[in-house]
Design a protein around this ligand. Structure first.
Ligand SMILES: Cc1cc2nc3c(=O)[nH]c(=O)nc-3n(C[C@H](O)[C@H](O)[C@H](O)COP(=O)(O)O)c2cc1C
Length: 774
């Protein structure tokens, strides 16, 4: 409850009196030589007891005289006094010039008349701006849309007298949070931004013509803004609305009005000279791929994101802007803006505006005046180890290895023709692999198919002792075995852990095998299986489906599958995964791996490398896609780490977990390479089975691999604090799955959703398969 203070009636009255002036921004001029104006002036000064009056006309005239006579030295000082007297002539000092009344401030100021005022006001511009140039500028009309940065632009332009008419548009009122970048007094809260700017310009220079568009720019008033009372000579776009940015550019282009924009992040400047290049595509062609007619019907920010980021750029934003975007839930709805950037932007824009209006600059394009780049401490040389990359296995290497290790025994079983071999290897190659590294290398010789680990593709940070690659090798073996069954081939095969990490298995084949129903069903899913990372509303799964999948896993000796279906427990696992996902970003080598080894940022990269995960296959929302692209920036990552941030990324992982029907974990006995390979086979059986049941699988193995890495690599180069956190997370994880001696191999979330439309690429056969000399 508020206490009654007894102040209320008087206070309320004063507040309502004050607010009557809310929309006033035009000063009132009095020329005392005009009888009517003198009468009004007299009324004003007698009616307003609280009027504050400022009369420094004498000093203004002194300055004027000096400006007009730059070569004369007025000495002794009485010489200047004489000149001033002369200048006043017949007029009394009071009658000289004009009196300007500012109603919103109750101030009355005595000033030179417009012509003399302009001479003194611009005198110190000379000859950076010549008198002739100043005269040209005084004829120019500029429109400014959006008054957060626009305020700074407008005031700088006004100070410089860079225009004759300024049209300013903004629909918004000042809020306290705006004062971090709009330089104004707290008494202006809830006053229209247009009014604030117009008043401030009037206080700097009451003669400048300012026209306010208090509704901001709308479809209805855009034409008026651009053309009424004469076409604009320059449009300055500082508005937030994508719609208006685009509409106003189309119109400006049609009218041949140049457009200037400043982004207040990395000093981003856009210049579009539609006056000089009438055919120029708007926004340098950056939005040409988008269907503009659709924009209006889009309802969510996520749908609008591709449009907005086409204008703002993604990779070119500053690291701190990216980090801020991640922190505000990976959306870009509220840009942070700093007074320093806005003030800087105001100065830069006013400077460019003058050059454009005077014909001293003709260029168009996007430019960066990035202070962080222009003035920076020398980069510290990175202490990151640069490891020489291994060359891929050559057929000679392989044949030598086979020979040296007496692996060229002939089982005298069937020799397969090349097309059957290809079908087998292609099916094996469709298997999943961590980061899509496809670490398999096949070689057929003397009736034996050999499987090698392609170590050059198994160097990832999150592949300690090749465990992730071994699991992937297992998935490929399972595909090969199923495909062989499908082709009526019986397979005789053996793992060769004694030759790891080089040779991992051999296979030989005989025909006339009759596959069983299950083999045929699973083989059919090889082409359809894929990773699905979608987020869909959570649905319960049929217990019989879970049981069927468990029994598939159980076909691999010692493999166990555990399900967690309770949403609270799923959330707890999600929390562990968010922790390790973020840790991955904060460890420089792991991050480097993620951006260079695992992710493929565009289709061209996908085609060139034939491995990794194309960003387009991730099933991410537009906002999250932007977030992932931000992850490329090391500076932004290190800033996020400093501020203990990353909430946007945690949210994404958490949402994926919360959308899951269940989380499954395949375990194997500890200690053997074979455990990882056989565990991989179990994972593939399960995955193909799930595909047949139209259930989607998303592996989430990062926590498992970190736990493993932390336990086998004492020297894991992360801060002790992280190690302790990891240990705690592992204990928590073991508790959730009641693990004691088993080795966790493959964790995944399972859910119902449509299949993903986009698939990952595979290496061409020639890279993964060779046939030896007979
Ligand atoms: C051992 C293993 C671990 C994996 N771990 C993850 C993971 O932690 N997160 C993820 O999103 N995908 C993971 N995947 C999925 C792979 O990224 C995916 O299989 C690969 O990119 C090929 O795509 P595809 O499964 O759609 O064919 C894993 C796959 C395997 C085999």
């Amino acid at each position: 409850m508020h206490n009654e203070t007894g102040l209320k009636p008087t206070l309320s009255q004063l507040i309502s009196e004050t607010s009557k002036q809310k929309t006033v921004y035009k000063p009132v001029f009095f020329n005392l030589l005009d009888v009517a104006q003198r009468h009004s002036f007299e009324q004003l000064i007698s009616a307003k007891s609280n009027l504050r009056v400022y009369d420094h006309i004498y000093s203004q005239v002194e300055e004027l005289i000096k400006c007009l006579n730059p070569t004369i030295v007025f000495l002794p000082p009485s010489e200047l006094e004489k000149a001033v007297k002369n200048h006043f002539g017949e007029k009394s000092a009071e009658e000289y010039g004009v009196w300007v009344y500012y109603p919103w401030a109750e101030k009355l100021v005595h000033l030179l008349d417009e012509q003399e005022f302009a001479i003194v006001r611009t005198n110190r511009n000379k000859h950076k701006i010549t008198a002739q140039e100043q005269a040209i500028l005084s004829q120019k009309k500029i429109g400014v849309m959006g008054l957060s940065v626009g305020q700074s632009v407008s005031l700088t332009l006004a100070m410089e007298r860079g225009f004759g008419e300024l049209r300013i548009a903004d629909f918004d009122e000042l809020d306290l949070s705006n004062i971090n970048r709009i330089r104004t007094g707290v008494y202006n809260l809830k006053i229209q931004k247009t009014v604030i700017v117009a008043r401030e310009i009037a206080e700097i220079d009451p003669y400048l013509n300012v026209v306010c568009f208090d509704d901001g720019i709308t479809e209805e008033n855009l034409d008026r803004f651009l053309t009424e009372n004469g076409k604009l000579d320059l449009l300055i776009d500082e508005c937030d609305s994508f719609d208006i940015k685009i509409n106003s550019r189309y119109k400006a282009k049609a009218l041949g009005i140049p457009v200037l924009m400043e982004g207040s992040d990395r000093g981003t400047i856009d210049i579009e000279r539609f006056d000089l290049e009438p055919e120029r595509p708007i926004l340098h062609g950056m939005v040409e791929h988008l269907d503009m007619s659709k924009y209006k019907s889009l309802t969510t920010l996520d749908e609008r994101t591709p449009y907005i980021t086409a204008v703002t750029g993604v990779e070119t934003l500053s690291p701190r802007m990216k980090a801020s975007a991640v922190e505000i839930m990976a959306t870009i709805s509220t840009w942070p803006q700093l007074a320093s950037a806005v003030t800087y932007g105001g100065g830069v824009t006013a400077d460019l505006s003058r050059k454009i209006l005077l014909g001293n600059l003709k260029v168009s394009g996007r430019f960066f005046l990035d202070l962080d780049e222009l003035i920076a401490d020398p980069e510290k040389t990175s202490d990151q180890k640069i490891t020489a990359s291994l060359p891929p296995l050559s057929t000679e290497n392989i044949e030598d290895f086979i020979k040296t290790n007496r692996l060229a025994f002939d089982k005298h079983e069937q020799r397969l023709p090349e097309d059957i071999l290809s079908q087998l290897i292609v099916a094996a190659g469709k298997a999943p692999s961590g980061g899509n590294n496809q670490p398999w290398r096949w070689h057929y010789q003397d009736g034996l198919l050999h499987l090698f680990l392609e170590q050059s593709d198994a160097q990832a940070y999150l592949d300690p002792q090749y465990i992730s690659s071994y699991i992937s090798i297992g998935t490929a073996i399972e595909n090969l075995l199923l495909k062989a069954a499908d082709l009526n081939l019986a397979v005789n095969w053996n793992l060769t852990p004694q030759f790891a990490p080089n040779h991992l298995a051999w296979f030989s084949f005989t025909s006339n095998y009759q596959p069983n129903e299950q083999e045929l069903t699973l083989a059919k899913q090889i082409d359809l299986r894929h990773t699905n990372r979608k987020i869909t509303p959570r649905q319960e799964l049929d217990q019989t489906h879970l049981n069927q999948l468990s029994s598939l896993v159980a076909q691999i000796p010692n493999a166990k599958l555990q399900w967690i279906t309770d949403p609270d427990l799923i959330k707890s696992i999600g929390a562990i995964a968010t922790q390790t996902d973020l840790l991955r970003m904060f460890i420089p080598e792991a991050h480097e791996d993620f951006i260079t080894r695992e992710m493929r940022w565009d289709l061209q990269q996908v085609q060139e490398t034939e491995d990794g995960i194309g960003i387009h296959t991730l099933d991410l929302s537009n906002n999250d896609l932007v977030g992932i692209r931000f992850l490329k920036d090391k500076k932004m990552i290190s800033f996020l780490q400093q501020m203990n941030g990353g909430s946007g990324f945690k949210r994404l992982t958490m949402m994926q977990f919360m959308a899951s029907s269940a989380v499954g974990l395949i375990t194997m006995p500890k200690g053997e390479i074979n455990s990882f390979i056989e565990g991989g086979r179990a994972a593939e059986k399960l995955w193909l089975g799930a595909t047949g049941l139209e259930l989607q699988i998303h592996p989430v193995n990062v926590p498992l691999i970190f736990f493993y890495k932390n336990s086998v690599e004492d020297s894991l180069a992360i801060p002790l604090e992280n190690k302790t956190q990891l240990k705690e997370a592992e204990q928590n994880f073991n508790r959730l799955f009641s693990l004691s001696t088993e080795q966790p191999i493959f964790m995944f979330r399972i859910f119902k959703a449509d299949p993903s439309p986009e698939r990952t690429i595979r290496k061409s056969l020639s890279k993964t398969f060779s046939i030896g000399r007979a």
